[in-house]
Design a protein around this ligand. Structure first.
Ligand code: 6PG
Length: 244
């Protein structure tokens, strides 16, 4: 597990965008495509905006990139709380990404139906058989003050899901129906990067990164295969004591 501490949220966004560029070039060079998974919330938005500007706009092979989401609120895409809607506004409409390379979660279907639909979207895309788990190249994750990540909230039974890739849940802020990737799917990604900013997250960061509390959903994201990085600004890292 790698912990990288940046001076402020601006440097955090730049470091996050650089990780995306590096991962994209490596994946396309090796496999001819790059599968990227986005989180919602406010933290990744400055990074998303950077991806639509040089050098990332011109250097990331967008024509070979596919974008998925780690979770989504079950709202209309034009709802200000829609993860897809925010990403579309921040960068999707500004990059040369083929429309069929954008794979939003079906947020307007009934949640259980939406979960099954998106699970099939993923299994078809990766052409995998039942019981197998695909390997995404890069997943960005956020951290809630309660230690949640994606839409995996403390105490929920979905934390123990072993089979399904995508499940419906309800909770969070806003407290709405959501679709979320499960831990087995998240954990198989080649690279998982937590992007965490702000003093309000410092306690959760300490409990997950330093204390390794398993009741914190984010603490269940492990580098089973691949790499796990915590990209923090100084405020979010304020309570960490080395070594962690
Ligand atoms: C969501 C996000 C969620 C987010 C954290 C942190 O859809 O709610 O995926 O997991 O990453 O809640 O949110 P902020 O970045 O807004 O603090």
């Amino acid at each position: 597990m790698e912990v990288l501490i940046k001076k402020d949220s601006g440097q955090l966004a730049r470091a996050g965008a650089e990780i995306c560029r590096t991962a994209a070039l490596e994946a396309v060079q090796k496999k001819g495509r790059f599968t990227l998974v986005l989180s919602g919330g406010s933290t990744p938005r400055p990074m998303h905006r950077l991806l639509a500007r040089e050098p990332h706009l011109g250097e990331i092979p967008w024509d070979k990139t596919h974008i998925f989401w780690v979770d989504e609120r079950c709202l209309e895409p034009n709802d200000p709380e829609s993860n897809y809607g925010q990403a579309e506004e921040d960068f999707l409409i500004k990059i040369p990404l083929p429309q069929n390379h954008i794979h939003p979660m079906p947020a307007t279907l009934p949640p259980e139906q939406g979960a099954r639909f998106y699970q099939k979207t993923i299994t078809d895309f990766f052409d995998i058989k039942k019981g197998q788990f695909p390997v995404f190249d890069l997943i960005y994750l956020g951290l809630g003050t309660d230690g949640h990540t994606a839409s995996l909230f403390p105490g929920q039974t979905v934390l123990n899901e072993k089979r399904r890739l995508i499940v419906p849940v309800k909770g969070g802020r806003p407290d709405v129906n959501r679709l979320t990737m499960t831990l087995p799917l998240i954990n198989r990604a080649k690279q998982k990067v937590f992007l965490v900013s702000g003093s309000d997250k410092a306690r959760a960061v300490k409990r997950v990164v330093q204390d390794r509390l398993q009741e914190m959903p984010a603490g269940r994201v492990r580098p089973e295969k691949g790499k796990l990085s915590w990209l923090l600004d100084q405020e979010a890292a304020a309570l960490l004591e080395k070594p962690f």
